[in-house]
Design a protein around this ligand. Sequence first.
Ligand SMILES: NC(=O)c1ccc[n+]([C@@H]2O[C@H](COP(=O)([O-])OP(=O)(O)OC[C@H]3O[C@@H](n4cnc5c(N)ncnc54)[C@H](OP(=O)(O)O)[C@@H]3O)[C@@H](O)[C@H]2O)c1
Length: 399
Amino acid sequence: MSREFDIVLFGATGFTGQLVAQQLAAMGGLHWAIAGRNRDKLTAVAAELPTGSAPAIELADAHDRASLDALVARTRVVVSTVGPYAQHGSDLVAACAAAGTHYCDLTGEAHWVRAMIDAHHASAQQSGARIVHCCGFDSIPGDLSVWLLQHELQQRGRSPALHVRGYYHDLRGGVSGGTVASMRGIVQAATTDKGLRRLLVDPYALVPTRAGKARQHELGFAIHRGESVVTAPFVMAGINTRVVYRSNALADDAYGREFTYHEALAFPLNPRGIADAVAMTAGVTALPAAMAAATKLPPLAKMLDNKLPKAGEGPSERARTRGHYTLKVRSVDSDAPTVTFHDDADPGYGSTSKMLASAAACLAFDALDSKPGVLTPAVAMGQALVDRLRNAGLTITVE
Ligand SMILES: NC(=O)c1ccc[n+]([C@@H]2O[C@H](COP(=O)([O-])OP(=O)(O)OC[C@H]3O[C@@H](n4cnc5c(N)ncnc54)[C@H](OP(=O)(O)O)[C@@H]3O)[C@@H](O)[C@H]2O)c1
């Protein structure tokens, strides 16, 4: 596909968008553009990029379909950081699916991904577009690590691991205004929409057909003596597990029809670790409850507004460089290898900006054998993405 740009970054003026722009600029040799709705802001972002990386500046509005159609027709890949996606993202996905333009984003909004699958999987298959949601901390580490574990077993001539767990150890990071707005959007919509509440608790919300699938419970606070860890619920597990199930479904149940995947935060099994897990469990339960209550109590909404970051705000550079995480993915019922996925950067921003930029480059330049459609990171890019992430400085190992 010959087009003017390799990659267009839509939303380059946002907190995460600026970090992704820095990552793309560092790759060098790209024909690329930064896009958004405000030329002055885009010019200011371009001025902060290293000399020589020179992206073009393009204007488009997330709610002006004609401007999006014109933009996506000029590029092979669109990478979007314009969120909350359920609020601002649908027209762009529609435009990419229609034009055969590959697309990746950072959404963690399962109900919106379901809506995009229903609306655009068939048209993307026809146009040749690979539409890949969830290319950040949710859900690349979990999706790619499970894929790598199963791929390794297959290479060794062994059966797939049927029951897999992902434990996030040593996680340190912050949140941005856009992430808070996305969480609020989900909570607000769920308070009034029963169908959406049902979808949000369905582990198979993103698979094409759910017949014959058993329900499963998320991993919460629990002591696992055999593994010497105490676990707490992980706020991203809701989207990550659903993406992993979609990967399995799109690969014709290559991980097994009865495959299950759970994710949790893990702490060492000692008094300090147990106290941390209790505090985390309380926090993860309290925040959505407070956001739901705030929809009916304006003083509480105001208090949350004052405490939480606003649009354009996020963790400082110091906080981002001090962040880190390690995901360990292993089978619970065999001597299968362990996959470790680690980065010495804040998960949601430092690491996420590397992951999203790598996904965009992968879609633009790598020889991928995946069929088009609304895909997952693992199904769309697999080993090519693992290679790019290693080049970007992430540690991904199979032991
Ligand atoms: N999966 C992950 O790990 C992960 C990590 C980080 C962020 N995220 C997600 O990424 C998204 C962005 O977060 P953020 O904190 O970077 O948000 P942000 O700082 O508020 O940035 C939002 C961006 O959207 C743009 N925008 C808003 N409305 C628009 C419209 N009508 N047309 C064109 N552009 C528009 C804004 O442009 P202006 O500058 O003109 O206002 C800005 O560039 C959120 O959905 C968040 O949940 C996910």
